[in-house]
Design a protein around this ligand. Structure first.
Ligand code: COA
Length: 330
């Protein structure tokens, strides 16, 4: 039966490295606080006016090269981001123009840290149904231009980094395939992690007073997000495994979203899963939201931690709230 598989991947982070000590020069924070609470040591931030589609193009071209394909082979673009280049149109359209493939449908996915998993399930459905052959799925974020880098915004500012990860998803009749995905959302908790302005429910969408109050910056109830993450992630992991007749011991590699090393350590402990089988790279990149899972997965493929034939489990959690888990036979 036709399924979908990841034919090639690519990732990119901008060259500028921002260390915890660099941030300590901008706001009241310390390397010790950030490292202890989050595991993050540094992140990459863009310089100047660089939008998510620019990072996405580099990651996408890498994924195409790895798959041995050209932009002309793509028949659908899925672009997951919470930091689109523009309020509208979507970054998928901008990426399509950058790749020089006018006419190819392009769709944005607004599911934050779970965006790549929502996109992968969508790509899988398109391919299984025969509606598409080669889907370019990309997660890309530029957080650095949208966070409050003063002491007022320090709880959020220290967490996020810029980057992009991409995959070419295509058809397969073989064993290597996306096995199943389970996705969830709970909008009752939308306000525990959000950017409220500019937005349609605000009239005016932005005012000098709102700017002064910093209402255009992300707002987060960190403790609540943490608590939800460590409950929902083990739940969805157990559920997708059970539904597909697997035990946790069948999983060779777990690639979780990189929000906070402490979240991933707690989830790993709660599952009783071997920590050495978990891919974590938040130390280098911070939280790159929709880009975090594909960047971590691609790094693990390149350095040999993910090998052909292995059972790989992807898991994500983020604003929305949204969360999910995807099983892939590599
Ligand atoms: N540097 C130094 N101190 C900071 C700080 C920073 N960057 N950010 C916050 N603080 C201070 C707070 O002001 C507070 O001070 P107070 O005790 O004087 O009031 C103190 O540190 C503790 O803050 P608190 O928010 O209770 O810390 P915490 O232990 O909950 O850790 C997070 C904060 C953000 C690291 C943690 O809640 C977290 O990681 N949550 C999940 C966030 C996440 O993953 N978001 C993305 C989801 S996809």
């Amino acid at each position: 039966m036709t399924g979908s598989t990841l034919l090639g991947m690519g990732h990119y982070v901008p060259p500028r490295v921002v260390t915890n000590n660099d941030l300590a020069g901008l706001m009241e924070t310390t390397d010790e606080w950030i490292t202890q609470r989050t595991g993050i040591k540094e992140r990459h931030w863009v310089d100047g006016n660089v939008g998510a589609s620019e990072l996405a193009e580099i990651a996408s071209r890498g994924a195409l090269a790895e798959a041995g394909l050209t932009p002309q082979d793509i028949d659908l673009i899925l672009f997951a981001t919470l930091s689109p280049d523009l309020n509208f149109p979507g970054s998928g359209c901008l990426l399509q123009a950058r790749l020089g493939i006018p006419g190819v449908p392009a769709m944005d996915i607004r599911n934050q840290c779970t965006g790549f998993l929502y996109g992968l399930k969508t790509a899988d459905a398109y391919i299984r149904s025969g509606m598409a052959r080669h889907v370019l799925l990309v997660g890309a974020e530029v957080h650095s231009t949208g966070i409050d880098v003063t002491t007022r915004g320090r709880d959020v500012a220290v967490l996020f980094g810029d980057g992009a990860g991409a995959a070419i998803v295509g058809p397969t009749e073989g064993a290597a395939r996306v096995i199943d995905s389970e996705l969830h959302a709970d909008g009752r908790f939308a306000e525990i992690l959000m950017v409220e302005a500019p937005a349609s429910r605000m009239n005016p969408r932005l005012s000098p007073q709102m700017l002064e109050e910093g209402r255009h910056y992300p707002k987060m109830d960190g403790r609540s997000v943490f608590k939800h993450a460590v409950e929902r992630l083990p739940e969805v992991i157990h559920s997708v495994l059970k539904k597909n007749g697997y035990a946790l011991s069948d999983v060779d590699v777990l690639v979780p979203h990189q929000a906070n090393l402490r979240i991933n350590e707690m989830v790993t402990r709660q599952l009783g899963f071997a920590p050495e089988k978990v891919v974590n790279n938040i130390q280098k990149y911070g939280n790159t939201t929709a880009a975090s899972i594909p960047i971590a997965l691609h790094e693990a493929v390149l350095d040999g931690r993910v090998k052909k034939g292995q059972l790989v489990l992807l898991a994500g959690f983020g604003a929305g709230l949204t969360w999910g888990a995807t099983l892939v036979r590599w």
